[in-house]
Design a protein around this ligand. Structure first.
Ligand code: GDP
Length: 298
């Protein structure tokens, strides 16, 4: 199945619920807004943000003199895609290696996403090096090693329990020596111990900055769409610890909670960069607000 079809399939519940509302292009009533509210909340947009969005829609409907549900619905989709289209200036002179720190709690799909990202860069002809700095979770290093084989890229590891910043130091040295274009760093998601996590991330960033003042170039927070509003809580915690440059939302192939993309971008004003729609090497796609809204709302 094509990736977009998989996303569409995952988000079909929201789409079906809403298409029933607008099927008959009747005049806009209070009931119409209530049905939209139910659908957005069921999709995990979050109550406050749903209210904000609907208030915006009401103003737009009034301003434009819109009377039918179908047109109001198209307006809603337009407003939502504008909302999610956050552009951040790209680095003008990307230093080598382009360094991406991947963070997030255990089980959200960090390691899998790194494998997929590595594959994507490899397809573009880049030399990729993975840094196995999740030295905390049992099996994390071996799992990343498997992904390195699948994506045909290099990997730097130390043993389980090793100092994460020391792995990153080794990786940076190796990346520079071998002329890697891209370095992707896996990290431990020990959210239950915020102090340790902060110390570890801080140390990793210091090691990176010593070798290149522009690094890390990206800090991706990976969140699992199926955890719904919990993803917001995780983002709050990580956002306090480190400057996140983009979100990656995984498991969108098996959830009706696609509204999390809206919640995240509106709450933090940080863009969603990629979405995961499966467990395989190819199952990562660029986040495009318009296609996303289409998949969600039809
Ligand atoms: P980590 O602990 O954050 O490194 O998470 P893992 O990469 O080990 O992933 C946890 C589980 O989620 C694994 O079984 C993955 O195969 C699965 N997974 C990751 N991304 C996706 C996705 O986009 N869709 C689906 N369906 N499963 C995913």
């Amino acid at each position: 199945m094509k990736l977009f079809a998989r996303l569409k399939d995952g988000l079909s519940k929201t789409r079906n619920q809403i298409s029933e509302i607008v099927e008959h292009d009747t005049k806009i009533t209070e009931e119409f807004y209530e049905s939209l509210e139910d659908a957005l909340i069921a999709a995990d947009v979050g109550a406050d943000i749903t209210m904000e969005i609907l208030d915006k829609l009401r103003s737009e409907v009034e301003l434009e003199g819109i009377t039918g549900c179908a047109e109001a619905y198209e307006t809603l989709k337009h407003l939502l895609s504008l909302d999610m289209a956050i552009q951040k200036e790209p680095d003008e002179f990307p230093p080598k290696p382009w360094t991406t720190l991947v963070i997030g709690v255990n089980g959200v799909g960090k390691t899998t996403t790194i494998g997929k990202l590595a594959h994507e860069y490899r397809q573009r002809g880049s030399r990729v090096l993975l840094s196995a700095a999740d030295t905390f979770r049992a099996g994390a290093i071996e799992q990343l090693q498997l992904w390195a084989e699948r994506a045909e890229c290099e990997i730097i590891t130390q043993g389980e329990g090793a100092d994460a910043a020391s792995v990153v130091y080794d990786s940076m040295e190796a990346a520079k020596k071998r002329g890697a274009d891209v370095m992707l760093i896996d990290t431990a998601g020990r959210l239950h111990n915020k102090g340790e996590l902060m110390k570890e991330l801080g140390k990793i960033v210091r090691v990176l900055k010593k070798s290149n003042p522009w690094t890390p170039n990206e800090v991706f927070l990976v969140v699992d769409a199926t955890t719904g509003q919990n993803a917001i809580k995780q983002a709050e915690v990580f956002n306090e610890l480190i400057e996140i440059t983009g979100f990656i939302i995984t498991k969108l192939d098996g959830t009706s909670k696609g509204g999390i993309a809206l919640s995240l971008t509106r709450t933090f004003n940080i863009p969603v960069k990629k979405i995961g729609v499966g467990e395989g090497l190819h199952d990562l796609q660029d986040f495009d607000p318009k296609s996303y809204i289409d998949a969600m709302f039809g």
